[in-house]
Ligand binder design. Structure first.
Ligand code: FAD
Length: 472
């Protein structure tokens, strides 16, 4: 039977980990796989997707024996490194509708609102303290080119009778965010921010308490496929009749998936704690803010008064194979620091104490896809969250659980299931060379547009070749 070869993520040095992971001293809490083990369902990857999938399977079939194999520790991937912006899928209503149709898109958008409610309930009943603050998600413009980026999604949302967004004046944005850089936009109520690593570690604890076996420090090297699959790590072998690949951008190791998946990195910085200064400028709560650059800026203030400021960097990986520079960039967030100072000039003197990066699993439609591998009906996967996963991976978990359990329901029949209808990307090296050129053009376009300058015709033409509008 054919063997699937996976890649081992480059493990980040402790000092290269995200502020979030360092803040709570996150690390492995379970032992590596050793010797031979058996499960009904094996899950590769202990981020939000893998953990939610395990929990959803247990909701539907509590007797299922589930084992998660995680290369480093749960939350060490994107789930413990992200910007902590919690918003529903209504912002991507148009993109989901393009893939799944309007009715299905509306159902998924509503499901993502329910996910936010679920996070709120998990925090309220003391199950997971994740610093969830639902003070709104601001989707703004800080230049002419960005104005109205939200128009289509907001219009579709309103037409569906959903009151998710409210338009904002420049004064309202400034009074809530402490910055006049963005001067137009909308706010999604019942959205906001979390501490991403607290959520990841909380989900790990929840999964363990419900009987999921988790082995950290257990990178899966390969999977011998067949009716029973054998997942091999350095020191052990797990056999299972069903497998879920929840390994995010690392799924680019599998050629069948790489045809649809491209990996870019996103960089984040965190300043020193400056609560008094943030109070002074009027930035007081847990709202999340993003602008509408193509390499989206996203930022929040933590409860203790740090500014966490992220931006898509435009870095791409040949064959989707990325290493330690996607843990922490050699530039140490230089672009983000420049943008931070543009948006918050009064923070120029404030130290930037952390910088880190993370890989984003992108598909051209900007909407995730779920399926099983073509030749392997018992090996399932979910990928393509495109930088928006906190309120979306709980839905991914539902879809994967229904697929794995062979259920016929609204999740296994969901419009996000099925890779055949998705766009195939060009092969390497054309893809890498093309992406480098396009991303260079996007960067120049961005830099010009931020200053309301018109970029050259060549730059405009090349930037239109990007497979999708914007990225974290
Ligand atoms: C910098 C950054 C900023 C972001 N900002 C936001 C945001 O503000 N809001 C939002 O909603 N979303 C955001 N996202 C996206 C969000 O974090 C992801 O969509 C989500 O975390 C995906 O979860 P996951 O479980 O699929 O992936 P991951 O958390 O990456 O989990 C995959 C896991 O698989 C493991 N793995 C890989 N290969 C193997 C192997 N061979 N064997 C075993 N394990 C393996 C990895 O170690 C990793 O832990 C951001 C992402 C990044 C990187």
């Amino acid at each position: 039977m054919p063997t699937l070869r996976l890649r081992q993520p480059a493990v980040a040095a402790k000092t290269d980990r995200s502020f979030w992971l360092q803040d709570i001293g996150a690390g492995a809490a379970t032992s590596p796989l050793a010797g031979a083990a058996e499960a009904d369902v094996a899950i590769v990857g202990g981020g939000y997707t893998g953990l939610w999938t395990a929990l959803r399977i247990l909701d539907l079939a509590p007797e299922t024996r589930i084992t998660i194999l995680e290369a480093d520790f749960c939350g060490s991937g994107a789930s413990g490194r992200n910007g902590g912006q919690v918003h529903s899928w209504f912002a991507g209503f148009d993109q989901i509708a393009a893939v799944a149709g309007r009715e299905e898109a509306l159902r998924l958008c509503r499901a993502s609102v329910a996910s936010i409610r679920e996070l709120e309930a998990l925090q309220a009943d003391g199950t997971i303290d994740m610093d969830l603050r639902l003070n709104g998600w601001f989707w703004t413009a800080s230049s002419i080119a960005q104005e109205g980026s939200w128009a289509q999604a907001v219009r579709m949302t309103e037409e569906a009778g959903e009151a998710r967004f409210e338009h904002l004046t420049a004064a309202e944005i400034e009074s809530r965010t402490g910055s006049s850089a963005s001067y137009a936009g909308v706010v999604e109520r019942d959205a906001g921010t979390i501490h991403p690593a607290k959520l990841a570690i909380g989900l790990r604890a929840l999964a363990l308490s419900r009987g999921v076996a988790i082995h950290e420090k257990s990178p899966v090297l390969d999977i011998e496929t067949g009716e029973t699959c054998r997942l091999r790590t350095g020191n052990g072998t797990l056999t299972a009749r069903r497998v879920v690949l929840a390994a995010n951008a690392w799924l680019s190791a599998i050629p069948e998936l790489r045809r649809h998946l491209y990996v870019v990195d996103s960089q984040v910085i965190a300043t020193a704690e400056v609560p008094e200064e943030l109070e002074r400028i009027g930035w007081r709560d847990g709202a999340s803010i993003c602008d509408s650059q193509r390499q989206v800026l996203y930022y929040q203030r933590t409860p203790r008064g740090r500014v966490v400021f992220g931006r898509g960097s435009g870095g791409v990986a040949y064959l989707g194979d990325f290493g330690a520079s996607f843990n922490r960039s050699p530039s140490h967030g230089r672009d983000n620091i420049r943008e931070l100072h543009r948006v918050y000039p009064s923070l120029r003197g404030v130290a930037v104490e952390y910088d880190w990066s993370g890989p984003i699993d992108c598909v051209p439609e900007h909407v995730p896809v779920f399926d099983h591998l073509r030749e392997h009906p018992n090996v399932f996967y979910g990928m393509g969250f495109n930088g928006t996963g906190i309120a979306q991976t709980p839905i991914g978990g539902r879809i994967l659980a229904s697929l794995v359990l062979g259920r016929r329901d609204e999740w296994s029949a969901c419009g996000l299931v099925g890779i055949e209808k998705r766009t195939k990307l060009p092969p390497e090296p054309i893809r890498y060379i093309g992406s480098r050129l396009v991303r260079g053009a996007i960067r120049r376009m961005n830099d010009a547009e931020i200053q309301n300058r018109q970029p050259g015709a060549l730059v405009r033409w090349a930037s239109r070749m990007a497979p999708g509008a914007s990225e974290h």
